[in-house]
Design a protein around this ligand. Structure first.
Ligand SMILES: Nc1ncnc2c1ncn2[C@@H]1O[C@H](COP(=O)(O)OP(=O)(O)OP(=O)(O)O)[C@@H](O)[C@H]1O
Length: 271
């Protein structure tokens, strides 16, 4: 299946990005998801609509049961909506076959999970290459790209280490590098700092800041206000509906970055 962008052009990994109006990384319209159980139907999403332009940095929040994981599953092409649409470029995932969903999931979505989800038997470089493996792309060029990404996230001196020889923060860096290897529509991060201490959380959020400054689109699910306030925009779900969708003022983002940096400096001084 070819993957086309919002202008109908087929994208390749290195295709130059056209200038002009901002393209959409994803467009969500009246997204509805119902789970049919024996005795009841759970309406997990009830008509959610919003767009994510390329280069945006969105935090998705909401109380337990509000539909965040359900939305994340669809953004990650792990599940299809009951009604409504979710477009990645011009492709609506609700119209895709399971095979097409699997292709787009492995080729154009970058996942970062709370629990890193690395393969213990593989080295840092090999873990970063895993999404390419599923496309049969494992030549020297791809290995070089994985090495560059490892170096990019500060693991240039850990290329042959296994996950169990790395700290939690280093493992999450591997996961971030892996998420970028396919030049994804967006990086989809599910509570990426949930298992990390505050120093490491700040380091990981700094990597996201940097990636976003370079134009990467980031969609992140979090329960933590401090993490959400590093994003450019916060979408809140409530009872399966979009409750609020608000930009984060640059001054608030900067204040949060400074607060994190101060906290890290204080912790380091105590060590
Ligand atoms: N596979 C499923 N079958 C039936 N109901 C489900 C299923 N998955 C989720 N739900 C229900 O859909 C609603 C939304 O769940 P979801 O997991 O998306 O919420 P959430 O915001 O991610 O919650 P949390 O923050 O606790 O992870 C809940 O009422 C949940 O019980």
């Amino acid at each position: 299946m070819s993957v086309t962008d919002a202008y109908g052009t087929t994208e390749s990994q290195n295709s130059p990005k056209p200038t002009g109006p901002r393209r959409l990384a994803t467009s969500i319209r009246d997204l509805t998801k119902e789970y049919v159980l024996k005795s009841e139907t759970v309406r997990a999403l009830r008509g959610v609509s919003f767009d994510v332009p390329e280069g945006d940095y969105v935090a998705i929040m909401g109380p337990s049961g509000s539909g965040k994981s359900t939305l994340l599953n669809m953004l990650g092409c792990l599940d299809k909506p009951t009604a409504g649409s979710l477009c990645l470029g011009d492709d609506d995932i609700s119209k895709m076959t399971d095979d097409q969903l699997a292709d787009i999931r492995s080729q154009r979505i970058g996942f970062v999970f709370q629990s890193y989800n690395l393969i213990q038997q593989l080295s840092v470089v090999e873990n970063i290459q895993v999404p390419l493996y599923y496309q049969g792309k494992l030549g020297p060029k791809e290995r070089q790209r994985a090495i560059e990404l490892a170096t990019r996230v500060g693991l240039g001196d850990r290329l042959d280490h296994r996950p169990n020889q790395l700290s939690g923060g280093q493992q999450q860096r591997v996961a971030i590098a892996r998420s970028l290897v396919n030049d994804p529509f967006f990086v989809l991060a599910d509570e990426p700092t949930g298992n990390l201490d505050s120093i490491t959380t700040d380091e990981i959020l700094a990597i996201f800041d940097q990636l976003n400054e370079e134009g990467r689109t980031i969609i992140l699910v979090t329960h933590e206000d401090d993490v959400a306030l590093r994003a450019k925009r916060i979408v809140r779900l409530k009872d399966g509906m979009l409750h609020t969708d608000e930009p984060v003022a640059e001054s608030d983002r900067e204040a949060m970055r400074e607060r994190h940096a101060r906290a890290v400096a204080e912790l380091r001084a105590r060590e």
